[in-house]
Design a protein around this ligand. Structure first.
Ligand code: DAH
Length: 334
């Protein structure tokens, strides 16, 4: 019987077309073409009335089942296409950082470190890194520090319980050596990092704190470059009213050596004229010899300063221990 035989192939074609609809508009068109008022499937259903009494029940059952199937296919395809339309046109890179932190804030020491790094990056310095567990060679010997220097004393330095006398670095200056061992001059690096000393904790001391080391090696480098660089960075960090002063000092790895004093409105507010903030100097020729740089060709300067000190000044904090207690009431303020 022609009518009954038409149902199945017609349904199959309709299903294929519904599932092939490329977007929602195409799907609506396909729907109209098949099960809309003037659709091909609707036309078939209208023929139902022309059938005989005997034929009607079986044909009606068959055609209704087919219609239910087509409608289900339409709903499913619509859902798929709606989901597709909601997706972004460009593929999403889920590795990109978020625009806003979902939770929490950066620690004030991290914020200050980031600001210092940003200032140095502006003038071409790259960030270098080195191990916190060091050997005596990189922490002391290569920096020209005599064997009997008090800094090497176990009262000042944490030694690890190893046969090779490894220690926790007392300053980031060890990374100067590690970088120069690996890299030919010129060098322009800064090294933010954690250091360790056997200090008892009080308001201004803690057994671990953070430094930023700087090293600049090139031809014809001068103290003037050093002073200009330090001044630039501190002005970026603390404002344009900053003044810098160099005082003669001694470090075994620089000659001449200086301590850097710093002042601005904040320092005055603390009732002080100057605040000691860093050590620095021209890299000692012996240090260049040790790492295999020719001291007749290369000149350079280095500095190291404490990050906590700068953060305390910037935020008016008078107890260094607050940085490490992780008290949310403290951290929330930055
Ligand atoms: N390492 C010194 C300290 O921890 C700071 C320092 C002084 C670093 C002079 C230097 C430098 O690079 O040239 O106190």
């Amino acid at each position: 019987m022609g009518f009954l035989n038409d149902i199945e192939p017609l349904k199959q074609t309709a299903l294929t077309e519904l599932n092939a609809a490329a977007d929602l508009a195409a799907l609506e068109q396909t729907k109209g073409a098949w099960i809309g008022p003037n659709g091909k499937f609707t036309a078939l259903m209208k023929q139902l009335g022309t059938l005989s009494r005997e034929e009607k029940p079986a044909a009606g059952k068959l055609i209704n089942a087919a219609k239910v199937e087509l409608e289900a296919a339409l709903v499913a395809r619509r859902e798929t296409l709606e989901m597709k339309a909601a997706l972004p046109k460009e593929p999403t890179d889920f590795t990109l950082p978020g625009r806003r932190r979902a939770l929490g804030k950066l620690h004030p020491l991290t914020q200050v470190t980031d600001d210092i790094v940003r200032a140095f990056r502006k003038i071409g310095f790259a960030v270098a890194d080195g191990p916190e567990i060091e050997d005596e060679y990189h922490c002391f010997d290569a920096l020209n520090t005599p064997a009997d220097h008090p800094a090497r004393d176990s009262q000042d330095t944490f030694y690890l319980n190893t046969t090779d006398k490894r220690l926790l670095r007392t300053h980031t200056s060890s990374v100067q050596i590690r970088v120069m061992e690996k890299q030919a001059p010129p060098v322009r690096i800064i090294v933010p990092g954690r250091v360790y000393r056997r200090d008892n904790a009080d308001a201004t001391h803690n057994p671990t704190f953070h430094q930023i080391e700087g090293l600049y090696v090139d031809k014809n480098v001068t103290v003037g470059d050093l002073k200009g660089t330090v001044e630039f960075v501190f002005k970026e960090l603390m404002g344009s009213d900053v003044k810098i002063r160099f005082r003669p000092h001694y470090f075994s790895y620089t000659e001449p050596s200086y301590e850097i004093d710093f002042t601005n409105a904040l320092v005055k507010k603390m009732g002080k004229d100057w605040l000691e903030i860093a050590g620095c100097g021209m890299v000692h020729p012996q240090v260049f010899e040790t790492v295999g740089y020719d001291p007749e060709v290369w000149t350079g300067w280095a500095f190291g300063f404490g990050i906590e000190r700068i953060a305390m000044l910037r935020y008016g904090i008078n107890d260094i221990r607050l940085f490490y207690e992780n008290d949310v009431r403290f951290l929330k303020q930055f």
